[in-house]
Design a protein around this ligand. Structure first.
Ligand SMILES: Cc1cc2nc3c(=O)[nH]c(=O)nc-3n(C[C@H](O)[C@H](O)[C@H](O)COP(=O)(O)OP(=O)(O)OC[C@H]3O[C@@H](n4cnc5c(N)ncnc54)[C@H](O)[C@@H]3O)c2cc1C
Length: 397
């Protein structure tokens, strides 16, 4: 029977990052990455904003804080060493009302606690950094935020792994366990000494085969972008102060490595797990599951109700442009005619408290490690996250 020392379920950035860390430590071992799509990076990892976050949003004791500071530096070095698109443009977090000023102070304090370079700037200084940025009194400046091309990163990482001998078995779905160390896949059984579950929006389903993650409910959120065309280039990304009651950063203005502009992403509750719009990837069972889960969340959490209603407005490009216009001057509706490729966040809700889980969750199972809630900034964090996962995998078998 086909055998591997490590089987990674999911060819997204988390799975590939872990496969890279493992094969560097164990260059002779056989590693197989199972990916149900035709190529790696078909879901969140190839459909995100491409922002390397600096690490000032997250609680000091979180995995997100620890990994994003190191991940930002590691991913920048990866892109530089391979000549991939990279722009260290920085980010302004601006305020739209005086009442948001204390939150700027809180983000500055978090940044300092996490060892991130962040600077409080007044409105004039913000305008010197980006002449079209709008803010009330003050803003936060993060010089280390950078932008990359997620597709180029995924392709380079996959090529490096293949060169190192890792097999990326595309078009193959893990369907369950066939007893002991034997995995059932859509292309036949496979014996695994250890398994890493990095299956994104299906990570909870994969984890259930190892009796892991029962206390969590996955609620997918779709992020859509409005793409600029012929927009005057911005010097940096411009974000609003985030709403602390939901785990999203709010519609923002992102620059792309080639100097383009995109607005978003939105954060609308998805109807099923891979609900990219229309009927694509429709599953009646998932639609029922989500209807129940989101109704429960709406009954328990006022912040979710408020958020879901606000998100209805984001079905209109005009309203997305209007919202982003509170951050940056001179955005014209006529320059934002098309939606970009949406992505889905694999957001978890704690079934017991009914609250969104904010940090990454890594749980061990029998000869397996499961990555749950790999939401933003898992792309930024992926290289040191891979090292952490390799440590955990060494411990489980
Ligand atoms: C709209 C949006 C914007 C974002 N912006 C940023 C950002 O700017 N910066 C940042 O750092 N992060 C960002 N993120 C977060 C980041 O993209 C994700 O956290 C990250 O890509 C998650 O990677 P992953 O490998 O866990 O998941 P995925 O990329 O979804 O990979 C999981 C893979 O598993 C495969 N799979 C699932 N089930 C199976 C199975 N049973 N068998 C085989 N294969 C399976 C899937 O096909 C998929 O390819 C954003 C996310 C979204 C959605």
């Amino acid at each position: 029977m086909d055998k591997a020392e490590l089987v990674v379920v999911g060819g997204g950035i988390v799975g590939l990052g872990a496969a890279r860390a493992w094969i560097r430590r164990h260059p002779k071992s056989r590693v197989v990455v199972l990916e149900k799509e035709a190529a790696p990076g078909a879901h969140a990892s190839g459909r995100n904003s491409g922002v390397l976050h600096a690490g000032f949003y997250y609680d000091a004791d979180s995995l997100k804080a620890e990994l994003s500071v190191r991940g930002n530096a590691a991913m920048r070095a990866f892109c530089e060493s391979r000549g991939l698109p990279l722009r260290v443009c920085g980010k302004l977090v601006v305020t739209r009302h005086e009442r948001e000023l204390p939150r700027i102070d809180a983000l500055l304090a978090r940044g300092a606690a996490n060892g991130v370079r962040v600077v409080g700037v007044d409105a004039a200084e913000a305008r010197r950094i980006e002449p079209r940025a709008k803010t009330v009194e003050r803003a936060l400046w993060s010089p280390d935020t950078a932008v990359v091309s997620p597709g180029a990163v995924m392709a380079a990482l996959a090529a490096e792994l293949r060169e190192a001998g890792v097999e990326i078995r595309t078009g193959t779905t893990l369907t369950g366990r066939a007893g002991g160390r034997i995995l059932a896949t859509s292309t036949g059984p496979l014996r695994a000494e250890r398994v890493l579950n990095a299956a994104g929006v299906y990570a909870d389903r994969v984890a259930a085969s190892w009796d892991v993650g029962a206390g969590m409910q996955l609620v997918p959120f779709r992020g859509s972008y409005v793409m600029g065309e012929g927009t005057p280039p911005l010097a940096c990304c411009v974000y609003p102060v985030p709403d602390p009651t939901v785990p999203f950063l709010g519609v923002h203005v992102t620059v792309t490595p080639d100097g383009g502009t995109k607005l978003g992403p939105t954060a609308s509750p998805a109807r099923w797990r891979e609900d990219y719009g229309g009927r694509a990837h429709f599953s009646l069972e998932e639609a029922r599951e989500q209807a129940r889960a989101q109704l429960r969340l709406a009954i328990r959490e006022r912040s979710f109700r408020r958020h879901a209603v606000r998100e209805l407005l984001h079905h209109s490009r005009t309203l997305v442009v209007r919202e982003a216009s509170a951050l940056v001057d001179g955005l014209r509706r006529a320059q934002f005619r098309a939606w970009g490729r949406p992505g889905i966040r694999a957001q978890l809700v704690d079934r017991r408290t009914g609250r969104f889980v904010s940090d990454f969750v890594v749980e061990d199972g029998e000869r397996s490690v499961h990555v749950l809630n790999a939401v933003s900034p898992a792309f930024t964090c992926s290289l040191p996250f891979g090292e952490l996962l390799a440590d955990r995998l060494e411990g489980v078998a």
